[in-house]
Design a protein around this ligand. Structure first.
Ligand code: KIV
Ligand code: NA
Length: 276
């Protein structure tokens, strides 16, 4: 398979190929996802919740994302690797924003970054694009604004919110982002946004009309049980398998069933005798 690039995103929309995106935070999972043929891998700040055990994404740092993106980049051969810009890493100044995003590319080997918001962050996005750093936008439910939104809620149900998301999407496109993640917006609003844009939309809880779909891997594999959003389809139940395997291991070592001969190493009898 050929490397999926930012250009492949634009091409996919024209050709009607639905872009696949999943999250990963470590080498071995990234390798599995990549080998299965996914188009793009997001090192999301969902890291904070599903890997680090925080209550939300706000405590994730630039160093956290870099650490995990390094691992994912080593595992991803064909998929485009996208690093998520964490809370406050693109709000303070343009200089900070470019430095932080630059580290994602230069140190962690990501090929693009993603950040949340529209008009409020447009000057930062503009600067990143000028610095030749490909950017994916993120509109609708933007989890880094959880304290401003007063919880994780569907966005764009009333006319004002819907118009703001629509206008932000247009503005992001004009500024040069190569795709937009739409999170938790009504399906028919996502349809209008998608049809009005030349760049692809990648939906999560945004229905079937988006140009691509993204899920948090831990959700779709059934590995994260603290909270399951309505849109998170479980494709398998790895959590159950893990618990069964761990239980069996614990039972087998008590019963003397593990390890067996095939799991052990031998030593010559004459050497052994000398040791007694
Ligand atoms: O952090 C993340 O995993 C994300 C996706 C849900 C789009 O931003
Ligand atoms: Na995120």
């Amino acid at each position: 398979m050929r490397k999926f690039t930012t250009a492949s995103f634009a091409k996919s929309k024209g050709e009607g190929h639905v872009i696949s995106m999943l999250t990963a935070y470590d080498y071995s999972t990234a390798k599995l996802i990549d080998e299965a043929g996914v188009d793009s891998i997001l090192v999301g700040d969902s890291l904070g919740m599903v890997v680090l055990g925080y209550e939300n994404t706000l405590q994730v740092t630039v160093d956290d994302i870099i650490h995990h993106t390094k691992a994912v980049s080593r595992g991803a051969k064909n998929a485009l690797v996208i690093a998520d810009m964490p809370f406050l890493s693109y709000h303070v100044s343009i200089e900070d924003t470019i430095k932080n995003a630059g580290r994602m590319i230069q140190e962690a080997n990501a090929q693009a970054v993603k950040l949340e918001g529209g008009k409020e962050v447009i000057d930062k996005i503009n600067a990143l694009v000028k610095a030749q750093i490909p950017v994916i936008g993120h509109l609708g439910l933007t989890p880094q604004s959880v304290n401003m939104m007063g919880g994780f809620k569907v966005q764009g149900k009333d006319e004002g919110q819907a118009r703001k998301i629509l206008e932000d999407a247009k503005l992001l496109q004009e500024t040069g982002v190569f795709a937009i993640v739409l999170e938790c917006v009504p399906e028919k609003l996502a349809k209008i946004i998608t049809e009005g844009l030349e760049i692809p939309t990648i939906g999560i809880g945004a229905g079937k009309y988006c140009d691509g779909q993204v899920l948090v891997t831990q959700d779709m594999l059934g590995m994260f049980s603290d909270f399951t959003p309505k849109f998170a389809k479980k494709y398998c139940d790895v959590g159950v398998n893990i618990k069964q395997a761990v239980l069996q291991f614990c039972e087998e070592i008590q019963a003397g069933k593990f390890p067996e001969e095939k799991h052990t190493f031998s030593i010559k009898e004459e050497i052994l005798k000398k040791l007694y």
